[in-house]
Design a protein around this ligand. Structure first.
Ligand code: PTJ
Length: 261
C-alpha cells in the first residue's frame, strides 16, 4: 500500500481512494464503483467538500422519517459498504432498521462478501443473500430483493444509488430517501428526500440527529415532524444547485484561499 504523507493537502481524499482500491481487491467494490466515486468526488469538490445547509435540512427530514417508519430498510451497495459500512451498521441499530445488501453488479460472491463485511462491523442481521423477489419495473439485478427486506419496507434508504430504482420503488408505494452528491441525478430528483452530501459525512450526522430527536422533548419531536411534513425535495435540490453556483462564483484564480485545491 502506498504511504500517503499526512501533510498532503488532499490527504483524506487520497486515503479514501486507497481504501476504495483495496475494496476492489476484496471484491466489495466493482471497478465501475471507482468511476462512480470519481463523479462523487467531483461534485463534492464544487461544493467545498463540506456539509452544506441543504444537506442539513435533508438530514433533519430523513431522521424523523426513518424514526417514524414502520418497516425501514437500509439498502447497501459496494461503495456504501466500503465508504461507511461501520456507520451504516450503527445507523441501522439506532433507527432501528433492517440492512439489506442490494447490488447493481450483482454476484453471489460480492453479496456474501459485503454481508460478511457488515457483520464484521457489528451487524447482527444482514439481508440480501436470501433475495428472490423481483421488484416490478426494474430490469437489472437491483430488482432482486429480500422478502424480509425492501419488499416489505415502507421507507427505503438508498445511500448512493444508480438511477431507476428510486422510481420503481416509488411506483410500488415506498418512500425513498437517498444520499447523492449529484443533485442533478435521476435518483436525486425522484426520491422523496435527497441528502446532497458525501456519504462519509452524512451518515454520522444522520445518526446524531436521530439520537437528538430521541432524547429531545415532545415539542421538539412535533417540530421535527412538522418540518418533515412540509419538506420539499425539489426546493432543497434547487437550493443545492444555487449553492454550488454561488460557491463557484466566489472562486478567484489570483486568490489561492478561494481555491479548494
Ligand atoms: O456495488 P454495486 O454493484 O451496487 O454498484 C455500485 C455503483 C455505485 C457502482 C452503482 O450503483 C453505480 O453505477 O452508481 P452511479 O449510477 O454511478 O451513481 C452513483 C451516484 O453516487 C453518483 O450520482 C455519484 O455522484 C454519487 N456518489 C459517488 N460517491 C459518493 C456519491 N454520493 C455521496 N457520497 C459519495 N461518496
Amino acid at each position: 500500500m502506498m504511504r500517503i504523507p499526512e501533510s498532503h493537502p488532499r490527504y483524506e481524499s487520497l486515503v479514501t481512494r486507497e481504501k476504495m482500491v483495496n475494496a476492489v481487491k476484496d471484491n466489495i467494490i466493482v471497478q465501475e464503483g471507482l468511476i462512480a466515486h470519481g463523479r462523487g468526488e467531483a461534485y463534492d469538490y464544487i461544493m467545498g467538500e463540506k456539509t452544506k445547509k441543504w444537506a442539513i435540512q435533508a438530514i433533519k427530514a430523513s431522521a424523523v422519517t426513518l424514526m417514524n417508519a414502520s418497516y425501514p430498510v437500509i439498502s447497501v451497495n459496494g461503495n456504501a459498504a466500503a465508504l461507511a459500512g461501520k456507520e451504516l451498521v450503527e445507523l441501522s441499530k439506532i433507527i432501528p432498521a433492517k440492512l439489506e445488501v442490494n447490488l447493481f453488479h450483482r454476484s453471489p460472491i460480492r453479496i456474501r462478501k459485503i454481508c460478511d463485511y457488515l457483520r464484521s462491523m457489528g451487524a447482527t442481521e444482514v439481508l440480501g443473500e436470501d433475495a428472490e423477489k423481483l421488484i416490478e419495473g426494474i430490469e437489472h439485478s437491483r430488482s432482486y430483493s429480500s422478502p424480509e427486506g425492501i419488499i416489505k419496507a415502507d421507507v427505503v434508504f438508498v445511500p448512493l444509488e444508480d438511477g431507476d430504482r428510486a422510481k420503481a420503488l416509488k411506483a410500488i408505494g415506498k418512500k425513498v430517501i437517498c444520499i447523492d452528491l449529484n443533485p442533478l441525478s435521476r435518483t436525486a430528483i425522484t426520491s422523496d428526500i435527497t441528502i446532497v452530501d458525501n456519504i462519509t459525512r452524512a451518515i454520522p450526522l444522520l445518526t446524531e440527529e436521530i439520537k437528538k430527536i430521541k432524547s429531545g422533548t415532545e415539542k421538539e419531536l412535533e417540530e421535527a415532524n412538522a418540518f418533515a411534513t412540509e419538506y420539499s425535495n425539489r426546493d432543497v435540490l434547487k437550493e443545492a444547485v444555487e449553492g454550488i453556483i454561488e460557491y463557484l462564483g466566489e472562486f478567484n484564480p489570483v486568490r489561492s484561499d478561494t481555491a479548494n485545491i
